[in-house]
Design a protein around this ligand. Structure first.
Ligand SMILES: *Cc1c(COP(=O)(O)O)cnc(C)c1O
Length: 372
């Protein structure tokens, strides 16, 4: 094994993910609680997260791509349902059958494709159908839903296991779009009265009982992202990032730091260089907007973010005592994923999914600790 000393480290607290799942399950009332594990569980590692959620009773999973579903199937039990959000691309897509995946059918073409596969195999294969309730991203228009209802034979070959839609503005509780989408979904759903229904993502769960239906589909909240704008976050922090000091140096008053020499010291300063950069997902836009932490004491990042390193003014936190190999915290209780997102003009989802492959990932689960 190579030394891990010099690697920036992403720690994923699986116990926090489990606790978040349980909280969401409670908030979801009578609805079942799925887990959205697309993009490798938002970059955190679906292979580790899925089994933890299975232990908490989760049996419904959503991914975006077929390949993600194939991989997920290897780590969840046979009775777990895996939905593929992008649906079925062609009549050659037999992975759905081989790996027991359920497509989310988003168009009349996909419905036709699934019908052909089901007929050919002479099995009533399960599928979800997505309605577009106003976001204009994926799913059948209301006109197409009515067309389907007039031509019900189009659905005879397979088993509609779930009808669903997706909310565009759920993190803004007061947004008028929420109710509009709810009304649209109810109208479409009325044509499928006996089929399970699902509308809520993480934020949707917190819009109340009307939005919970039979199944809720949180992703971000499992990983600790705040579900509601401007409200306290009820979820536990699950993601922590730390990076090692490569070297420290004293610079004189007037000395420059980094590409473009955009930082100039206005007094003698101690600069620590950390082994993490934008290639690891620390946004280049974080220049002048974020801190590194040592035992809770903040030191500002100064100068440009490089590909593999950042520079920190540690003058005020006993910089001279710091040594190469010491680590500083970048995502921690004092600077969360949401804080970093706000500072850099993006959302926590993007921060998480861009955390790089070069980061050493460590999974904590109760007192057990395993390295990947
Ligand atoms: C990504 C996604 C989710 C999960 O959304 P979060 O906001 O992360 O909870 C749910 N449903 C669909 C269709 C999605 O694309």
């Amino acid at each position: 094994m190579t030394s891990s000393l010099a690697l920036p480290t992403l720690t994923i607290d699986l116990q926090a993910v489990r606790d978040n799942y349980r909280l969401l399950q409670r908030r979801a009332g009578k609805a079942k609680c799925a887990a959205v594990l697309k993009a490798n569980a938002y970059g955190l590692g679906a292979d580790a997260i899925a089994p933890a959620l299975v232990q908490e009773g989760c049996r419904h999973f959503f991914v975006a791509h077929i390949d993600e579903g194939v991989r997920l199937r290897k780590v969840v039990p046979r009775d777990a349902e895996i939905y593929v959000l992008h649906g079925v691309p062609s009549i050659q897509s037999l992975e759905f059958v081989q790996h027991q995946l359920i497509p989310v059918l988003n168009s009349l073409e996909q419905i036709k494709t699934w019908r052909i596969i089901s007929d050919k195999l002479d099995v009533r294969l399960p599928a979800a159908i997505q309605f577009d309730s106003g976001m204009s991203r994926m799913g059948l228009s209301t006109g197409e839903v009515r067309y389907l209802k007039r031509n019900e034979h189009l659905l005879n070959s397979f088993n509609v296991a779930l009808v669903m839609t997706h909310l565009a503005c759920a993190e803004q509780q007061q947004h008028a779009m929420n109710e509009q989408q709810l009304e649209s979904f109810r109208a479409s759903r009325a044509l499928f009265p006996r089929v399970s229904a699902s509308i809520a993502n993480s934020s949707g769960i917190f819009l109340g009982e009307d939005y919970q239906f039979d199944l809720v589909r949180p992703g971000a909240a499992l990983y600790g992202i705040a579900p509601l704008e401007g409200e306290e976050n009820p979820l536990k922090q699950a993601v922590f990032l730390a990076a090692p000091i490569i070297q420290t140096r004293k610079i004189a008053n007037g000395g420059y730091v980094g590409y473009g020499v955009r930082h100039q010291a206005d007094r003698e300063q101690v600069i620590a260089t950390l082994g993490i950069g934008y290639a690891d997902g620390w946004p280049r836009a974080a220049e002048r907007r974020t801190h590194a932490f040592l035992g809770g004491r903040a030191a500002p990042l100064v100068g440009a973010i490089s590909m593999d390193s950042v520079t920190v003014d540690v003058s005020s936190i006993e910089g001279p005592q710091l040594k190469p190999g010491d680590t500083m915290d970048l995502i921690c209780r004092y600077q969360t994923v949401d804080d970093l997102a706000r500072a850099t003009g993006t959302i926590g989802y993007e921060i998480l999914t861009r955390l790089g492959n070069r980061l050493q990932r460590i999974y904590l689960d109760k007192s057990l600790e395993s390295k990947k």
